[in-house]
Design a protein around this ligand. Structure first.
Ligand code: KG4
Ligand code: ZN
Length: 348
């Protein structure tokens, strides 16, 4: 790998980024901070299993990675020799899935003799806010809500982030998916709950509060309460779910969204930070997007909501994070291994 870079080089900084942390194989090209392509191959193989099957995910990544990378380069009208660096998701995520992306990125960087950049997936979800306008200024708060994480993060600079609250058990995306599974929906059920909820009454059913101290969350109690509630209703009326599906979806969705926004509002009030963002797969949720917009008006916040394409897993966010790491010369060496539990720390 290139050990010394030419700091006077005036050519654009062009980075190929690869995302393979879970069940999306994605590649993106960024040139001087502008996204030129963002190709995503979704794996439908997991639908009937009620969750992502790690071994199947790794195999699907192996099948998709070459065509996805080629498509990303071709849409960006970039050839491999024009690349300044190759970036990959280092973690957190599924080890076998991460290995496919990291091995590919390492081989390419080695073959082209260009730097390699390891990216923290959760940091990238937040940096998706710098793909296009409006971009937040520092500091801002971000609620990062995905299938594996639920965090409130304070962002002081592109690579300087501090978690101020997080879930102590399940992630909110997991709670959405588990609620959907209990209702008999295929994986991932979060988007289906969102879809059904659109015509439902969010106040039709109520669920108990499960509160955590400070800015932390807990979603395991609500999942159990939801299961018990449905079992009780079904014992009285076996068709309860079919007859009330839109109201059930709207009510559980509202409960989860309220739990998220209560803590976010508390964090914003306590820190005095009035720029508030959401990120991660669950930020695609319609109720969350509408409710935070309303709350923002009440609280006089500047709200940042990513375009749907940049909410769920994608390589454009990895490319954006790589752009800032490239500027700071934060390069990985060829021995960098994927870390399924990689923590979000400053510069990581
Ligand atoms: O960020 P992401 O794509 O992958 C992870 O890093 O986990 O998030 C996936 C999660 C899944 O739990 C999925 O059900 C949830 O985001 N999700 C949604 C919606 N779209 C995706 N949950 C609720 N409403 C949605 N519209
Ligand atoms: Zn994600």
């Amino acid at each position: 790998m290139k050990s010394s870079l030419d700091y006077n080089d005036k050519r654009p900084v062009v980075i190929l980024a690869i995302e393979s942390s879970c069940d999306e194989t994605s590649a993106s090209v960024v040139a001087d901070g502008t996204i030129l392509s963002n190709v995503i191959a979704t794996q439908s193989v997991h639908q009937s299993y009620g969750g992502v099957v790690p071994e199947l995910a790794s195999r699907a990544h192996q099948q998709h990675i070459v065509p996805v990378v080629y498509q990303a380069l071709s849409e960006a009208k970039i050839t491999k020799t024009m690349l300044s660096a190759v970036a990959f998701t280092q973690g957190p995520g599924l080890l076998g899935a991460l290995l496919v992306g990291s091995s590919f990125a390492k081989s390419l960087a080695y073959g082209l003799d260009i730097p390699l950049i390891g990216i923290n997936h959760m940091q990238a979800h937040i940096l998706a806010h710098f793909i296009e306008d409006p971009r937040p200024t520092f500091p801002f708060l971000c609620l990062t809500a995905s299938g594996g994480h639920t965090q409130i993060v304070r962002i002081d600079d592109y690579l300087s982030m501090t978690i101020i609250g997080q879930t102590q058990d399940d992630a909110v995306g997991e709670a959405f998916d588990k609620a959907a599974k209990i209702m008999g929906f295929p994986y991932p059920g979060g988007p289906l709950i969102d879809q059904y909820a659109k015509t439902g009454n969010a106040r039709a059913f109520s669920f108990p509060n499960t509160s955590m101290p400070g800015y932390d969350f807990s979603f395991s109690g609500i999942k159990t309460a939801f299961l018990n509630f449905l079992n009780k209703e079904k014992s009285r009326n076996p068709d309860f779910v079919q007859e009330n599906s839109v109201d059930i979806c709207a009510s559980i969705q509202q409960k989860l969204v309220d739990m998220l926004l209560d803590k976010l509002a508390l964090a914003a009030r306590d820190t005095g930070i009035r720029q508030v963002a959401i990120a991660g797969g669950v930020s695609a949720n319609t109720a969350l997007r509408e409710n935070i917009t309303q709350l923002g008006r009440q609280e006089d916040w500047r709200i940042f909501i990513p375009r749907l394409e940049y909410c769920t897993d994608n390589a454009a966010m990895i490319a954006m994070a790589a752009h800032y790491k490239y500027l700071g010369r934060h390069f990985a060496d060829l021995h960098a291994s994927p870390d399924p539990r990689l923590q979000l720390e400053s510069g990581n």
